[in-house]
Design a protein around this ligand. Structure first.
Ligand SMILES: NC(=O)c1ccc[n+]([C@@H]2O[C@H](COP(=O)([O-])OP(=O)(O)OC[C@H]3O[C@@H](n4cnc5c(N)ncnc54)[C@H](OP(=O)(O)O)[C@@H]3O)[C@@H](O)[C@H]2O)c1
Length: 329
């Protein structure tokens, strides 16, 4: 039986590229569990892998895609049987140093396969996936710091992105007044529909240039790093908290010590690269009925076909899409 997959290659000159290939199960990386793919997510990282724009793939050739769900086709491990609904996501190998999600059939080591747990189904486990989990970990960082809705507005940068859209919906659901910062003024209606009380453009940064400027935000979830993170730090309120997890605007940023020593601002880093089995409360609170389940899930997520995936990755890299795409096989 032959099926379609996207495979990433690196040529002799070091150029990275991907193309659609036809494969058999025996040509996939080894593993005990064969899964008939149903849904796969498209993260910023996946788009960088498919387009070759980023140094994501660590072993070529490789099928990219770091999150999939589907039905077990066969398993040589007793924990799984044909017909079980499962997901593979998180960790440092799947879709990076071994074949991943963008394939009609996936073969994975049993230890990296998780049943679709109560509160999730095959679609929502991937639609939420790493993006919503990352946002949930960031929200928990704000909660652990003691941030409450009555302390002021919370700004979310890269607002129309997948992770940020979930963060907005979660924070709004918890009663916070959320400000979305975006480069896409045309998406103001979308951002208000998923929970923003108001929306500011990225160009707002030009109005606040002093090392310590007006105190605007009690909290921040930052998905972009770079200059917007510097802006946010300079405009935080006393004892404000910033949870940062992304680099879409840049890997480095410039700041002064003043937000930290004169306003007691906290900068909390978020690494959410955890397998499903190690995700704890931030994951279970996103299950059906949980208080971190994004109420705007269906507005944030849109479905694309496998054939649309390469073009979608190009658009995502150029910053031209909103929300989160899920590939339906
Ligand atoms: N630490 C972790 O564990 C973890 C986990 C998941 C993701 N991440 C990171 O989180 C970030 C967001 O991931 P995602 O999947 O949500 O990506 P995404 O859907 O592509 O969203 C990124 C958003 O950032 C904004 N943006 C893009 N280019 C920008 C630029 N040059 N300057 C300022 N803003 C820019 C855009 O929003 P607007 O147009 O609305 O501004 C874009 O929609 C990525 O950097 C990703 O690597 C980290």
């Amino acid at each position: 039986m032959k099926f379609k997959a996207i495979k990433s290659f690196r040529d002799d000159s070091g150029k990275r590229f991907s193309r659609v290939v036809e494969l058999g199960v025996d040509e996939l990386a080894e593993g005990e569990v064969v899964i008939r793919s149903r849904f796969a997510a498209v993260n910023y990282k996946d788009a960088r892998a498919v387009t070759g724009a980023g140094n994501v793939i660590k072993q070529f050739p490789c099928i990219p895609g770091i999150e999939v769900s589907g039905e077990v086709e066969s398993s040589s491990d007793a924990r799984f049987k044909p017909g079980d609904w499962v997901t593979v996501q998180g960790g440092r190998a799947f879709g990076i140093s071994r074949d991943g999600a963008y394939s009609e059939y996936v073969r994975a080591p049993a230890d990296s396969v998780y049943p679709v747990a109560e509160g999730f189904d095959a679609f929502s486990v991937v639609a939420l996936g790493i993006a919503a989990y990352t946002s949930a970990v960031a929200v928990e960082a704000l909660e652990h710091h003691g941030l409450r809705p009555d302390q002021g507005e919370v700004i979310v940068t890269g607002a129309t992105g997948g992770c940020s859209s979930f963060a907005i919906s979660m924070l709004a659901g918890l009663g916070f007044s959320v400000v979305g910062m975006t480069g896409k003024s045309s998406e103001t209606g979308y951002l208000e529909s998923i929970g923003c009380a108001r929306v500011v453009g990225r160009d707002v940064q030009a109005q606040f240039t002093r090392p310590l400027d007006e105190q605007l935000w009690a909290g921040c979830i930052d998905a972009v790093g770079g200059a917007p993170l510097d802006f946010v730090l300079r405009t935080m309120k006393q004892r404000g908290i910033v949870a940062a997890f992304g680099n879409a605007a840049g890997e480095t940023f410039t700041t002064s010590i003043y937000p930290f020593i004169l306003r007691s601002v906290t900068l909390a880093g978020v690494n959410a690269n955890h397998p499903v089995g190690a995700r704890g409360s931030a994951w279970t609170r996103m299950g059906a009925g949980g208080n971190l389940r994004p109420q705007a899930l269906e507005r944030i997520v849109h479905r694309i076909s496998f054939d649309e995936l390469p073009a979608h990755c190009e658009a995502l890299i150029s910053g031209g899409v909103r929300g989160r795409a899920v590939v339906c096989f």
